[in-house]
Design a protein around this ligand. Structure first.
Ligand code: HEC
Length: 81
């Protein structure tokens, strides 16, 4: 079903920082971008993605939030998952 599958595409894996990540990383594109890229990204590359979103695209994310998001991505979608 269309609705069900698009809702599914929005949801990230549960964990500390999931809420804030869905909030700040879902502003310009769906968090499906995170899910799609997760298989390819290491911790350093996640950091680079977050920096790129902030500097190149102007994502309104402060340092503290960026750190929370990075920790979450490493934990939920990092190489160690
Ligand atoms: C200000 C808008 C904006 C916000 C907020 C934003 N992004 Fe993006 N993001 C973009 C744009 C624009 C692209 C498409 C870039 C392209 O096509 O090269 C993108 C693409 C991506 C991609 C695909 C790979 C790539 O580099 O193109 C990933 C992964 C990604 N974003 C992750 C995130 C994460 C994680 C966050 C939260 C920290 C986030 N984005 C927040 C604008 C944003």
């Amino acid at each position: 079903m269309l609705c069900a599958s698009s809702a599914f595409a929005q949801a990230l894996r549960p964990g500390p920082g999931q809420d804030v990540t869905e909030q700040v990383c879902g502003i310009c594109h769906t968090v499906g971008y995170i899910r799609m890229n997760a298989p390819f990204l290491t911790s350093d590359q996640w950091k680079g993605e977050i920096t790129k979103m902030r500097t190149a695209f102007g994502a309104p994310i402060d340092d503290e939030t960026a750190a929370t998001v990075l920790a979450y991505l490493n934990q939920a979608y990092g190489p160690a998952r």
